[in-house]
Design a protein around this ligand. Structure first.
Ligand SMILES: Nc1ncnc2c1ncn2[C@@H]1O[C@H](COP(=O)(O)OP(=O)(O)O)[C@@H](O)[C@H]1O
Ligand SMILES: [Mg+2]
Length: 355
């Protein structure tokens, strides 16, 4: 079991700052995701940890020891890449055995270890297949087994699911998590897919443009984003200019009708804020035949439905501007486009950021 520490890891490629003083700790046995859009520095961070790239400055510690001077081949890390990284002329078993052979492990031990790992990733029946005889998902499971074969202290995965189709992605991410927890292996997992990061991680490190925006457990990142970037990158978010009226009250835009917020948001009364509201926290009620807008609600009109399965995403215009609401699909059927609605917001789903 190993603990990984990045302290002020900085990386410049010529004029480009790929990483700006990245500091992050991964506890022993923990899975931390680096989540951010393309180009934000995720792969660079992973390659520096693996030893394929040297940082411009900064410290990298495994169990408290500096590993910057240690070459990649001696760092004892297993790596899984995006896709197509298996040796095409070797069977699944030979691919998994490869690292062990390089380390001069005895032939029968190699065999036993490869069999064990291919079984762990559910491929016991495919040991003698070549990569071209395996599906994309199966190939990535072989890649995972190959990375684990050398019993690495740390597992590094760089968008391992991005080349696979949706259903396989979901199955395989669960399997990766299962194997990771079963072995208790310290893991750094790179993805640009927020749903993937939310579902697989102990903690998520959200990155933007070489900077670390926020680190936290998935639910914390989702419920309590610290920056506008995190709020918008992790899940869909409604955002409005607002003003704090009282500890538990804000107004949005030019509307006079306050909406309730939970206290403890830390923004001062009178101050300008960004009011963030998750689509699932928007509650709608149909207003029949010119009915008055109820207390605590504001008026809206349904513009469009997008059916997403269990929920329907509804675009609305309202007194305070356009917004998006996720409504259980059965309930959405009663509010087709053009329906006049009262809009309420669950105070627990409102987050304020000082402007
Ligand atoms: N070898 C390199 N030479 C020059 N620029 C690079 C190199 N590798 C990455 N970069 C730049 O560093 C930034 C971060 O890239 P990368 O780490 O690949 O991001 P991500 O994996 O998040 O998409 C990008 O602007 C990219 O163009
Ligand atoms: Mg990348």
């Amino acid at each position: 079991m190993a603990r990984l520490d990045l302290h002020g890891i900085h990386k410049e490629f010529g004029e480009v700052t790929a990483l700006a003083e990245l500091s992050l700790e991964v506890e022993s046995g923990e899975l931390v995701s680096l989540l951010g859009p393309s180009g934000c520095g995720k792969t660079t961070a992973l390659r520096i940890v693996a030893g394929f790239e040297q940082p411009t400055r900064g410290e990298l510690l495994v169990d408290g020891s500096d590993v910057i001077p240690v070459p990649a081949s001696k760092r004892n890390m297993g790596m899984v890449f995006q896709a197509y990284s298996l040796f095409p002329n070797m069977t699944a078993r030979q691919n998994v055995e490869f690292g062990l052979r390089m380390r001069k492990v005895a032939r029968d031990k190699c065999r036993a270890r490869a069999a064990e790992l291919l079984e762990l990733v559910g491929l016991a029946a495919r040991v003698d297949n070549y990569p071209h005889e395996l599906s994309g998902g199966q190939q990535q499971r072989v890649a995972l087994a190959r990375a684990l074969a050398i019993e690495p202290a740390i597992l590094l995965l760089d968008e391992p699911l991005s080349a696979l189709d949706a259903k396989v992605r979901v199955d395989l991410r669960q399997q990766i998590r299962h194997v990771q927890q079963r072995l208790g292996i310290t893991t750094l997992y790179v993805t640009h897919d927020q749903e993937e990061a939310l579902s697989i991680s102990d903690r998520i490190a959200v990155m933007s443009d070489g900077n670390l925006e926020q680190v936290g457990a998935p639910a914390e990142i989702y419920r309590s984003p610290h920056t506008e970037f995190v709020a918008n990158f992790v899940g869909l978010m409604n955002g409005f200019d607002g003003r704090v009226q009282a500890a538990d009250m804000v107004t949005i835009g030019s509307s006079e009708r306050p909406i309730g917020v939970h206290e403890g948001h830390g923004c001062t009364a009178g101050g300008r804020v960004l009011v963030l509201i998750r689509p699932e926290s928007v509650q709608l009620e149909e207003l029949v035949d010119g009915a008055a807008v109820p207390d605590g609600a504001f008026e809206g009109k349904v513009l469009m439905h997008t059916f997403l399965g269990s929920v329907t995403r509804m675009n609305l215009s309202s007194d305070v501007g356009d917004l998006v609401a996720d409504v259980p699909s059965l309930r959405a059927l009663t509010m087709p486009p053009d329906t006049r609605v009262g809009v309420r917001v669950d105070p627990a789903g409102v987050k304020l950021l000082a402007r």
